[in-house]
Design a protein around this ligand. Structure first.
Ligand SMILES: [Zn+2]
Ligand SMILES: [Zn+2]
Length: 254
């Protein structure tokens, strides 16, 4: 499997793009602003969008994606997420006020968009890859994912604070090769991180100590302008693991 990083920042500005990864050619993991760099052909090839949660930095490109390619596609794009996340999309985005209800447009029989509940704890095969949804701890219902490729597994935390089930699943995964995990704030902002249910370097390293596997760690969702300091603080706390910043354009094979 190939995971192409389109966006891996906590915000925008100076080239930063918010969370979005392309799994193979046809599965989009979160729909942050990084999606805007894809060509129309690449956008048109996306059959499935899998969402960690409803926050705007993870869903903002979805309305534009459907607008750009809906008419030229032969079938709807399927959005997979927890019921609570889908309810937010229906009520607050595709509500014919903020954006058209593409689950009924251009017609209820041939819409641009289809919703499919992907509950926490469930597994399904998307684009030839087995995907498991794992509940995590955030200010809105949120999940991370475990992707099982032919040469190992890759986990993605989504947005989270201290969590348990995620580590239980990862510790029972014998071939975990990569972990993409968020660290949104510097240690000086630990209180903001706690309220917003994100990690800062001290708390992410405490979490990584729960991990019994030794995957390559990719840090994502760093606040723009604070990247160097966040990475310096993570190195200072020393998780005893190989840690890299996640950079758009990177392709992770697994
Ligand atoms: Zn969030
Ligand atoms: Zn986020």
């Amino acid at each position: 499997m190939r995971l192409r990083i389109l966006g891996a920042s906590g915000g925008i500005g100076a080239g930063a793009r918010t969370t979005s990864f392309l799994l193979g050619r046809d599965v989009l993991i979160d729909a942050g602003t990084g999606v805007g760099d894809l060509s129309l052909d690449e956008l048109g090839a996306i059959d499935h969008v899998v969402l960690t949660h409803s926050h705007l930095d993870h869903v903002t490109a979805l309305p534009f994606l459907l607008d750009a390619v809906g008419a030229s596609r032969q079938r709807p794009v399927t959005v997979h997420a927890q019921a609570a996340t889908l309810d937010v999309l229906k009520a607050h985005i595709f509500n014919n006020a903020v954006w058209p209800d593409f689950a009924r447009i251009p017609s209820p029989e041939r819409p641009f968009l289809r919703y499919e509940v992907f509950a926490a704890g469930q597994e399904r095969v998307l684009g030839g890859c087995r995907v498991r949804s794992i509940p995590v701890t955030h200010v809105v219902p949120a999940v991370g994912f475990l992707f099982q490729g032919p040469n190992g597994s890759l986990a993605f935390s989504g947005d989270t604070a201290s969590t348990e089930e995620f580590w239980k699943v990862l510790n029972s995964c014998p071939d975990l090769r990569h972990l993409i995990i968020e660290t949104s704030f510097v240690d000086a902002e630990e209180e903001i991180a706690r309220i917003a249910r994100h990690f800062c370097p001290a708390t992410v390293v405490a979490e990584l100590r729960k991990l019994k596997r030794r995957p390559i760690i990719h840090i994502t969702h760093l606040m723009p302008g604070e990247e160097k300091e966040i990475l310096r603080e993570i190195a200072h706390h020393d998780a005893g693991l190989e840690v890299h910043p996640l950079v758009p354009g990177t392709v992770i094979e697994f």
